[in-house]
Design a protein around this ligand. Structure first.
Ligand code: CP
Ligand code: NVA
Length: 306
């Protein structure tokens, strides 16, 4: 049966573990697996800009023996001129899989419903699940395990990254807490889903306006931009709204002494994080960025086997 990866909880706890462990193994022997030998083609479509997602999917699909077809914003008929459903039917005749960065999650749902090939969410307004696979690989590398680790995310807790942390960390049995202004709280249904998953995995998921409480004894401190793609017109108001949730040295002091710092990038030093933290000894952002490659290769290889 075709499997898709549209949101973090599309993988069960056991499946998530398989993908993460496979990513770590693939990192140790980068060109060993070639499930796209042929080469088979995977389309990677962008309705929003990208550096890491574009490069990691292009390199990863090549590593797997396949051929990446990058489609930049405005280059296809998808969206304005042709329906998602019709596009999906065409894709399945030619491609091994489709990876799509877009705005509405509903577009991804429609694509997945209308095609027999795996569809992967490369960031939507609601989730960024590929980033979370890379982040969990990074946490496992640096902390040794996932279950029981406390991860605290600061700033825009209504964002795609915040929502993905809730679902992916709960799936991994972690304790995830988001901290931001009350009027930017995470979506209630996603928080509930995370809490339901966490009840089974032994983790927990929550939200607090109290940044110091969230940071207390955390093993992983995380933030992301306060102005996500599509929100540029609200930039000035947003920069003021999240001011008290900046990750700085003082907040890092509240966390465990050996806590690591994550940021999906691109980062805006002096806004969501100070330069001394993101460029300091606890930051593992370059491992995190590299792990996009390994995590997505493992995900594609796994999806193609289902
Ligand atoms: N983290 C991330 O997805 O980066 P890009 O927007 O550059 O792809
Ligand atoms: N929240 C950010 C993530 C970028 C990778 C955005 O959507 O722009």
């Amino acid at each position: 049966m075709t499997r898709h990866f549209l949101r973090d909880d599309d993988l069960s706890p056991d499946e998530q573990r398989q993908v993460i462990d496979r990513a770590i193994a693939m990192k140790g022997d980068r060109f060993a697996e070639r499930p796209l030998e042929g080469p088979q083609t995977v389309a990677v479509i962008f309705d929003k800009t990208s550096t890491r997602t574009r490069v990691s999917f292009a390199a990863g699909i090549s590593d797997l023996g396949g051929s990446p077809l990058i489609i930049n914003p405005g280059e296809s008929q998808l969206g304005g001129k042709e329906s998602v459903a019709d596009t999906a039917r065409v894709f399945e005749r030619m491609l091994a899989a489709v990876v799509w960065r877009t705005f509405a999650q509903s577009g991804l749902d429609e694509m997945a419903a209308g095609t027999t090939i795996p569809v992967v969410n490369a960031l939507s307004d609601d989730f960024h699940p590929c980033q979370l696979l890379a982040d969990l690989v990074t946490v496992k590398e640096h902390r040794g395990e996932l279950a029981g680790q406390k991860l605290a995310f600061f700033g825009d807790t209504a964002s795609n990254m915040a929502h993905s942390y809730l679902l992916a960390c709960a799936t991994a049995g972690m304790h995830v807490v988001l901290s931001g202004p009350v009027d930017e709280a995470p979506r209630g249904d996603i928080l509930s889903d995370a809490q339901r998953i966490a009840a089974d995995t032994g983790g927990s998921a929550g939200f607090t306006v109290d940044a110091r409480e969230a940071a207390a004894d955390a093993d992983v401190i995380v933030t992301d931009t306060w102005v996500s793609m599509g929100q540029e017109s609200e930039k000035d108001a947003r920069l003021r709204r999240f001011e008290t949730y900046r990750v700085d040295a003082e907040l890092m002091q509240q966390a465990a002494q050996d806590a690591i710092f994550l940021h999906c990038l691109p980062a805006y030093r002096g806004f969501e994080v100070t330069a001394d933290v993101i460029d300091g000894p606890q930051s593992v952002i370059w491992d995190e960025a590299e792990n996009r490659l390994h995590a997505q290769k493992a995900l594609l290889a796994w999806l193609l086997e289902q």
